[in-house]
Design a protein around this ligand. Structure first.
Ligand SMILES: Nc1ncnc2c1ncn2[C@@H]1O[C@H](COP(=O)(O)OP(=O)(O)OP(=O)(O)O)[C@@H](O)[C@H]1O
Ligand SMILES: [Mg+2]
Length: 315
């Protein structure tokens, strides 16, 4: 698929934006880590900022927060584009949070509260919000990675932000830890009405929480929109054929709207086809005499979409 279909998937800018990014560009030497990036994060949404390793997610988030400068573009947070002042409404966790390891979780948050100029009385509330109240008096050096991530989220919540920026908050966590963070995100969005901007390279994980996504690759936005809208392209069919039959399959489905090679499966090569129906595919395969070892139908995923937009090149 070319850029025209990527263009078609970008939906119109919504009226109210918690975060609005226009033409953001950040270079490292000759390389553009972020390249003319436009983002529209609607207030109240859980926005998944997706892209493979090195796509520019962390760099973009640092620019948004004003932690590093940008070479071009504008950023507005709740309408405020001042490079420092716009951070007033934002809580952030960028990459792995750092703490004073020899101090307790509570002491770390008290220092952060002092820096952020918020009362220390908010610390217990923030710790409870991430389920760390019982470990508050333990030194951070004894915390698991998941607990440190949660402490980082608690720190980001201290100033009671309207927008929370989380950079890969589930990176390195076990499935239980991932689920904890996912549930926490949903709760913060629903109960506390916080707009959440969360980056990840794990598309399936974001699909479980995000209402809106932006997908970037090599610093450029390749799709943005409401998850429901983006995935409304119908079902995806997953087909596995023996390696010698690969060419015949590709010939048979040459006019199919989207055909992506997923890679080797258990008995051959696995492809996903999106945009047409299972019965139609079955009929064609029988007519062409392509033996299929597996044909399953499932809802389209963000991963299918991503593969379709990038012609299967993830890196
Ligand atoms: N300080 C830096 N100096 C030079 N190049 C950098 C620097 N930081 C990032 N880059 C480059 O910018 C590009 C984007 O990196 P970035 O860390 O923003 O990606 P990312 O999407 O956050 O990746 P990941 O999923 O691995 O965290 C990469 O090519 C990276 O090598
Ligand atoms: Mg990163």
């Amino acid at each position: 698929m070319g850029s025209s279909s990527a263009q078609a998937l970008k939906s119109k800018a919504p009226a109210m934006a918690a975060l609005e990014v226009k033409g953001l560009t950040r270079r490292y030497g000759a390389r553009k880590a972020v390249d003319a990036l436009d983002l529209h994060v609607t207030e109240g949404s859980v926005y998944g900022f997706l892209g493979p390793n090195g796509a520019g997610k962390t760099t973009a988030m640092r620019c948004i927060l004003g932690l590093i400068g940008s070479d071009a573009g504008q950023v507005a947070i709740f309408g405020d584009s001042h490079p420092v002042r716009r951070r007033k409404h934002v809580g952030a966790l960028v990459e792995t949070p750092r703490f004073y390891e020899w101090m307790t979780g509570r002491a770390n948050l008290e220092i952060a509260a002092d820096y952020a100029d918020v009362p220390a009385s908010r610390v217990p509330e923030a710790l409870a919000r991430v389920g760390l109240q019982d470990r508050a008096e333990d030194k951070v050096q004894g915390y698991s990675l998941g607990m440190k991530q949660r402490l980082g989220i608690a720190r980001a919540l201290l100033a009671r932000p309207r927008l929370l920026l989380l950079d890969e908050p589930t990176n390195g966590l076990d499935p239980q830890g991932m689920k904890y963070v996912r549930d926490l995100i949903l709760e913060l969005a629903e109960r506390d009405a916080i707009t959440i901007f969360i980056s990840s390279h794990l598309l399936y994980e974001i699909q479980a929480v995000a209402t809106r996504v932006g997908i970037i690759q090599q610093g450029r936005l390749i799709a943005e929109g409401d998850v429901k809208e983006l995935l409304a392209g119908g079902q995806a069919l997953e087909v596995e054929v023996g390696s010698p039959d690969k060419a015949t399959l590709l010939e048979t489905v040459a006019d199919w709207p989207e055909v992506d090679h997923l890679g080797p499966g258990e008995d051959g090569e696995v492809f996903t086809l999106t945009g047409l129906d299972e019965a139609g595919l079955n009929r064609r395969l029988v007519e062409a005499g392509v033996p299929v070892s597996r044909l399953i139908s499932r809802g389209r995923t963000l991963e299918d979409l991503f593969l379709a937009l990038t012609d299967g090149e993830i890196t």
